[in-house]
Ligand binder design. Structure first.
Ligand code: CMC
Length: 380
């Protein structure tokens, strides 16, 4: 519908191009995705998450010396303030981890030496610090809510390995670390998805990086976005056994139920991340002795695709993958944030460097102009 001034209503901003970016090249028709020109499959298989962070923050893959510098900076930033640990102890035990994380990011902003400095160099320093601290905060909050002491970060482990170590207290195997590292890379960046767009909207007001990331977390949490992974696992748990997939699918289709982990606004030919995660999930489920979750997912995928032509998105196969790696179901979305923060912060830097206030219009469909009625004359 066109507005009186000639502007057009586009529900959900579908198909609207709202920014130029050098970070992510998403070809939805052909199911292709690249960060700064590098295909996602190559990055997931051959690069570490630290290399991907460097790529997104600086636009180029790092040479060995540059990678050392970025890696050491990330390691040096892993500690979180004592006051934040204390705050986690004071939170109601049932606080959902994404809410705790939003509060943690706000608090980390209070402690950050560059808190309100929006210069390019300051934003890069904050990107490094918050990427590390976010991982530590997720694990510390989880341990405290489960009645355990937080595990101090290990400086000899990679970002992915250290996350799993801080979560469980046990050093993960190389195979498990690689699968987790690759999934962080697959989640690291995805153009103007809802949470990244949120970080850009906040940034466009010249607000600061921590405020933008806290907003991004709020957007990510919803089940139509990052919360879908957790919902997929709850669906698989509800199905329970491979033999129940057909009956579940028939009922869900008959009830026109929205099936989490299926469908995508941009990809029509398939989500390339789902194909890679499928392979990682197969391996991880087999290794952990929990192959049934993978089998169940494959069967559900086939049934739903045959019935509705819906494609599985990134959050579908990451669910059995994370579950078999021992990640608690309500930490799936925080784990997605652990990867996506690389892209959020890169988008924040890009937006600050070439900013214009993001301010769309609304199409007013309410009552026409009418005379004001004083309170005493409005009836019961
Ligand atoms: N289950 C059942 N039907 C679906 C689904 C689904 N998952 N996805 C789309 N449809 C149907 C929908 O009912 C509608 O049918 P009709 O035209 O007959 O009413 C049609 O497809 C278009 O759906 P839409 O909701 O208007 O499309 P959209 O572009 O706004 O939705 C989506 C995209 C991702 C919100 C949607 O596919 C969905 O809700 N998926 C489930 C949640 C999910 O997996 N989210 C993760 C998205 S990918 C990762 C991320 O961004 O974080």
């Amino acid at each position: 519908m066109d507005k009186k001034d000639g502007s057009q209503l586009i529900r959900g901003l579908e198909g609207v191009v709202a920014a130029e970016t050098k970070l992510c090249d998403l070809d939805g028709k052909n199911g292709r995705l690249a960060y700064c020109g590098y295909d996602i499959a190559d990055l997931a298989r051959q690069a570490t998450f630290e290399e991907v962070c460097h790529l997104l923050w600086h636009g180029e893959l790092p040479a060995a010396v540059q990678l050392d510098k970025t890696t050491l900076a990330l390691i040096a930033a892993r500690e979180i303030p004592r006051e934040l640990l204390q705050t986690f102890r004071l939170m109601p035990k049932a606080t959902d981890p994404m809410r705790a994380l939003q509060a943690a990011v706000a608090m980390l902003g209070m402690h950050d030496p560059d808190a309100t400095d929006n210069a390019h160099a300051a934003n890069l320093r904050k990107a490094v610090r918050l990427t590390s601290q976010l991982a530590t905060a997720i694990c510390a909050h989880h341990r405290i809510r489960s009645g355990q002491e937080p595990v101090a970060p290990a400086s000899d482990l990679s970002h992915a390995g250290n996350f799993l170590y801080m979560l469980t207290g046990a050093r993960p195997s190389a195979v498990v670390t690689k699968a987790f590292d690759a999934s962080l890379t697959l989640y690291a960046e995805h153009e103007l998805n809802a949470s990244t767009f949120t970080t850009r909207v906040i940034t466009s007001t010249q607000s600061d990086l921590h405020s933008a990331v806290a907003g991004g977390l709020g957007a990510l949490k919803g089940p139509l976005h990052g919360g879908a992974g957790e919902a997929v696992m709850r669906t698989l748990l509800e199905i329970g056994e491979v033999a129940n997939v057909d009956a579940f699918s028939d009922k869900a289709l008959a009830e026109k139920r929205r099936l989490m982990g299926f469908g995508h606004r941009v990809y029509t030919a398939g989500d390339p991340r789902a194909a890679i995660l499928k392979g990682l999930a197969e391996e991880a489920c087999r290794q952990s002795g929990q192959f049934k979750w993978f089998e169940m997912a494959v069967k559900l995928h086939a049934r739903i695709n045959a019935a509705k032509k819906l494609i599985p998105n990134v959050d579908f196969y990451s669910a059995p993958l994370f579950y078999s790696l021992g990640v608690p179901v309500d930490l799936f979305t925080p784990v997605i944030a652990t990867g996506r923060i690389a892209g959020w912060t890169a988008n924040i830097v890009e937006q600050h460097d070439d900013n214009r206030l993001i301010r769309p219009r609304g199409d007013y469909v309410g009552a026409g102009r009418r005379p004001f009625v004083p309170l005493g004359q409005r009836g019961a």
